[in-house]
Design a protein around this ligand. Sequence first.
Ligand SMILES: [Ca+2]
Ligand SMILES: [Ca+2]
Ligand SMILES: [Ca+2]
Ligand SMILES: [Ca+2]
Length: 223
Amino acid sequence: MKRSLFALFTATALLAGSAHGASVIGGLRGGDLTDPDNNGSVDANLNYDATFRSLNKPYFHSEGAFNVFDNSVGAGDAKWCCDLNGWVEADFGSKRYQLSSFTVTSANDVEGRDSDVWQILGSNDGKNYTPIFSYNNEGTSPWRGARYQTIEYSVGTDFALPAAYSIFRYQTFSTVSADAHQLGELEFFGKEYVAPTAVPEPGSVALLGLGMLAALGLRRKRG
Ligand SMILES: [Ca+2]
Ligand SMILES: [Ca+2]
Ligand SMILES: [Ca+2]
Ligand SMILES: [Ca+2]
């Protein structure tokens, strides 16, 4: 009796933790890299810190792809729907970031419209893309039946520390069952990558010193 109860608890714990270590959080984190001050317009491309692109429907209203960046969760103007497959990306221009975490939030319709095969990719030229995180679970979305649910994936737990990229793309390859794909929101978090500045080598510092002494000597001679 006790043993079967223990087995039940173990099975429940395994089921609860089966989302690849990803964490269900209470809602959008907000202040992500695309809009650190959270003042982006919900229905227009205004006050965002990135350039957005998508395969189709490049706008912030009418189920357009950019609705995944509009800081709002809901139906219609707050979600991206209903391309079959596609991608949407944020381009930070000259700034590069090392992704530390990202969130994905389900939309309003049935789970059949959620993606069950998708990736987060990074790029520095808009041509070559490297997968940072891959979700591949045919027939099951990350949220299962839960609507308007935010799941966070973190570096070290869900994906390895990636290189620094200026472009981050979400790409979907398959839906759970419907011939239309939906996604509510997407948030990217990370640290800006600053290339290490060149420190002069001891040898060149000594040379610089000699050069300054020589210049001083020259000035004295002239004076
Ligand atoms: Ca919108
Ligand atoms: Ca802003
Ligand atoms: Ca946001
Ligand atoms: Ca949204």
